[in-house]
Design a protein around this ligand. Sequence first.
Ligand SMILES: [Fe+2]
Ligand SMILES: [Fe+2]
Length: 201
Amino acid sequence: MPATSSDPVPTLQLASPTSAAWIEQAIRHLDLILLDHANCEKKAAGNALSLLFRYPANGRLVEALSPLAREELQHFERVHRHLQRLGIPIRPLSAAPYASRLNQHLRRSEPEHLLDALLVAAIIEARSHERLGLLGIHVPDPELRQFYLWLAAAEERHWQLYLDLALEQFPAEPVQERLDGLLQVEAEILSTLHPEPRVHS
Ligand SMILES: [Fe+2]
Ligand SMILES: [Fe+2]
């Protein structure tokens, strides 16, 4: 049952703000952050696509996530152009454990799996929104600053979309309860700075 107008509307507030240590690490290793960011955009597109494969009969998901996958690929193309403009050699990069650790908390049975997948996607987008916004303030290159501020606004729209999809398909109270639990898990994952500079280190 979806949320009704009398329910409080759940919202997503990250449980911990990004540390100054992450900002310093990111600015010092901007080449690695950009390479990792290109991968993050591909993964965001891939995650939207994998939900389309898993729930092909869910019309609302198809309608929302197919354009989202395309938009994430456009983001990837734009990050890739910045890598080329800045002369950063493209090379494979290991991922931070962030997403895989979050995904360990997805329940296996349905419909709980769908709820968890939508909420984890919303949280990842919300953290991207926060961190890309910080890069939009702190990176020295003015073209990149502008790019990151533009991207941060898109990622804000994306976390809202994933949360809306959850609320359209599940009652508000369990959505908020599960979201709060997953937000605590996410904050715990980021409580120690990963030694490798990454968007989600
Ligand atoms: Fe994106
Ligand atoms: Fe996104």
